[in-house]
Design a protein around this ligand. Structure first.
Ligand SMILES: NC(=O)c1ccc[n+]([C@@H]2O[C@H](COP(=O)([O-])OP(=O)(O)OC[C@H]3O[C@@H](n4cnc5c(N)ncnc54)[C@H](O)[C@@H]3O)[C@@H](O)[C@H]2O)c1
Length: 455
């Protein structure tokens, strides 16, 4: 029975895996090249910001040890999970330099070990990377043979920032890409001990697992874009309301309601880049990736489209506020954030823009440079704003009252991208309320429809 595991890379995903596995009774050795992360873990603190991570590490510190030595990890465990960065390159592919360095260090350590060891790559990579990019590094550094002296798997996780530990312990399924049956057996055993319930385990070749990982994320992005297309359509049909349609078609088990709420586009550190990477892969191997490329282009166009729509609502010299700069509520991450993209597009169109976010102010400030301002408080953001765009359904924004938007102003325009604001705001006579995804001019929309059918 496997009791000793190691995690290489104590970042947003790796540190949560370390804590999650310790909570399931494993003795976990964590490795990071950053001494500050290693020190934090050994002192019982989270090396990165993630929900419940501090508490989980300190609660299970008796089962956790952290080091900068890859050798200690290999010699002190039976299985190593490698979860280091794989940044996107200019073509959209995932770079392997961090993973190669990690596997080289792990291979050198393996050379000193007599017993069998399994390596699991958890970082997101493109098909072929595990077998052709990393396995040769491991074999060269160790002088050993995969399938004989050690095992290899591709074992990605499906987690969302902000709920990494919960997602890690309660996955819908496990994806096991195995070099051989023995490697897969070891990973499945560990997975079954991690999961809170009897999990679905899908075992397959390494390459199929590599495709499945990015295919899942890419599929979700297409669902989001489809919902956004419906929202755009509903704005142009009399009485159109995307929520009514999403609730109806989402009841069909072939579709499901998740990720079907039309609003802004997909964002964050995974969805956009995984979609681009799948498109890149298709192009490289000669498959038709037009659908993926179109999806990316559509998503990127949203900020400009909304800017064009709201530009006539603002007079020269007036200020627009953007509430929500992180890529989703309760996050400090601004990577590929729609709020940031929108604020920049609005500034580019000549508007004076002031943004606000409860957690992402620092990130937004560096993304904006001097093109837009970031307010210290929500009141400061709203004080002079003639137009306000709410870009995330953050609880803080959902509970705002009409007075918060109006202040001492006579009127204000509020664009609600997720139709999440309180009715006291949406029905207020001095607030020009503009929800995305609903028709706001039935007569005009009807005249457009009539013109189509008149001939
Ligand atoms: N964050 C997510 O939401 C998420 C979700 C699914 C998959 N992933 C994938 O997981 C991987 C890691 O993502 P992350 O967000 O945890 O990254 P991160 O940047 O937060 O953390 C990576 C950590 O690895 C460390 N590191 C780099 N090289 C190392 C080495 N040779 N040995 C030991 N440690 C090393 C870094 O110092 C850092 O602490 C990426 O491939 C990413 O695509 C991330």
């Amino acid at each position: 029975m496997i009791q000793n595991v190691s995690v290489i890379g104590l970042g947003k995903l790796g540190a949560s895996m370390l804590a999650g596995m310790a909570s399931r009774g494993f003795h976990v050795i964590g490795v990071d090249i950053a001494e500050s992360s290693v020190r934090a873990v050994n002192e019982g603190r989270a090396p990165v910001q993630e929900t419940d991570l501090d508490e989980m590490i300190s609660a299970h510190i008796d089962k956790i040890y952290s080091t900068t030595s890859h050798e200690e990890a290999v010699l002190g465990s039976d299985i190593s999970f490698v979860i280091v960065p794989t940044p996107s390159d200019s073509r959209g592919a995932f770079e392997l330099q961090y993973a190669k360095y990690a596997f080289e260090q792990l291979g050198k350590a393996l050379a000193k070990k007599d017993s069998y060891h399994v390596f699991v790559l958890t970082s997101t990579v493109l098909p072929g990377a595990t077998r052709h990019g990393l396995l040769p590094v491991l074999e060269a550094a160790s002088g050993k043979k995969c399938g004989k002296d050690f095992g290899l798997c591709y074992g990605p996780e499906f987690i969302a920032l902000g709920s990494v530990i919960r997602d890690f312990l309660n996955p819908d399924f496990y994806l096991v890409g195995e070099f051989d049956e023995r490697s897969g057996d070891v990973l499945e055993e560990v997975n079954r001990k991690i999961s809170a319930k009897d999990p679905i385990v899908r075992r397959m070749s390494i390459e199929n697992a590599e495709i499945a990982k990015i295919a899942l994320n890419s599929y979700v992005t297409m669902k989001i874009s489809f919902a956004n297309t419906l929202a755009d359509l509903c704005e142009r049909v009399p009485g159109g309301d995307v929520d009514v349609i999403s609730d109806a078609i989402g009841s069909d088990t072939r579709i499901g309601r998740k990720y079907l709420t039309g609003g802004l586009g997909f964002a964050g550190p995974c969805f956009p880049r995984d979609n681009v990477a799948l498109g890149f892969l298709c192009e490289q191997v000669g498959a038709d990736g037009d659908l993926l490329v179109a999806n990316h282009g559509y998503n990127k166009s949203i900020a400009t489209r909304i800017t064009t729509k709201i530009a006539p609502l603002l007079q020269r010299g007036q200020t627009a506020a953007v509430l929500g700069l992180s890529y989703k509520p309760l996050s400090h991450v601004v990577e590929e954030s729609q709020g940031v993209a929108l604020a920049l597009a609005m500034a580019e169109a000549g508007m004076r823009v002031i943004g606000y976010d409860p957690l992402a102010a620092d990130g937004a400030r560096s993304a904006f440079r001097d093109k837009a301002l970031v307010a210290e408080s929500i009141d400061a953001a709203l004080a002079d704003a003639a137009l306000v765009v709410v870009t995330t359904p953050d609880a803080l924004f959902r509970t705002l009252k009409a007075e918060d938007f109006l202040g001492s102003k006579e009127s204000v325009t509020v664009v609600d991208c997720w139709r999440c604001l309180d009715p006291v705001v949406t029905n207020h006579p001095k607030i020009n309320y503009l929800p995305l995804g609903r028709c706001l001019d039935d007569d005009f929309a009807a005249s457009v429809l009539e013109a189509i059918w008149a001939h």
